[in-house]
Design a protein. Structure first.
Length: 256
């Protein structure tokens, strides 16, 4: 079966750009601003480091000190999302929006929780709202591109991934997603370029190696295909079930 027929649509996911570039967002309102701000900043650093549990503790203190601190609610929502606690994340994003109705990042993030619930129409509405409020929010275009991928609208998904990459060339998550769109459209040279760029940005991207290797296999470039697929398995053993049969088939052709 060809790679194009085997390609499966991707599950919607958040692209967290948050916890940085916060100057355009609301600030704490109570007199204890410095303390709540410090807890939020400490939480943001922990969130960036992937220490979600510790980050949540800091954000808890920030919102306890300032119940109107929209950024801290949004950031705690991101930490909950990272822990897979999507309902808690949804409530925090919702609270951030209630406190600051023009909070583009919170709309983008809440859209991601709708996506996890497979409530895609509400997800799309939130991504559209985020883009309307902040046309330069790369993550919202990326997430909306995921929505269009799920719906099978490849032209719109590719356009949104392209816009996300225009705004943030280092948003490596968008490259393999767009590359999969190009595979489905049969534009394999463009797909290879995207997977190659994704690997340049993140050399540990097993998915990019896998799909580039599958394209090389379909194109008859056996050596490059085997090299990519072996690297994919080395980086992420969960790909072995799909990659190993392809490698065995290529090796059975001989001549390597």
């Amino acid at each position: 079966m060809s790679l194009k027929l085997q390609t499966v649509l991707i599950v919607l996911a958040l692209a967290f750009i948050g916890c940085s570039n916060q100057t355009a967002n609301p600030v704490p309102t109570e007199t204890r601003v410095e303390t709540s701000l410090e807890h939020n900043q400490q939480g943001a650093a922990l969130l960036k480091a992937g220490q979600n549990d510790q980050a949540i503790l800091e954000f808890n203190q920030a919102v306890d000190l300032d119940p109107n601190y929209a950024i801290a609610f949004n950031n705690r929502g991101e930490a909950y999302y990272g822990e897979g606690e999507y309902e808690k994340a949804f409530l925090d994003f919702n609270k951030a929006i209630q406190l600051y109705p023009n909070y583009a990042l919170a709309y983008n993030n809440r859209g991601g929780t709708y996506g996890q619930k497979q409530d895609y129409q509400k997800a799309l509405a939130d991504f559209n709202k985020a883009i309307k409020l902040d046309p330069n929010l790369a993550g919202a275009y990326y997430n909306r591109g995921n929505y269009y991928t799920i719906k099978g609208d490849l032209d719109k998904s590719i356009a949104d991934y392209s816009k996300a990459l225009e705004l943030n060339p280092n948003l490596s998550e968008a490259l393999p997603r767009r590359g999969l769109g190009y595979i489905l459209k049969g534009e394999l040279d463009k797909a290879i370029a995207d997977f190659t760029r994704a690997i340049e940005i993140n050399p540990l991207d097993a998915q990019a190696y896998y799909y580039r290797g599958r394209i090389f296999a379909d194109m008859g470039n056996k050596d490059k295909a085997i090299s990519d697929l072996e690297m994919c398995i080395k980086l992420n053993a969960s790909f072995s079930q799909d990659a190993e049969p392809v490698i065995k088939g290529l090796l059975s052709q001989g001549g390597r």
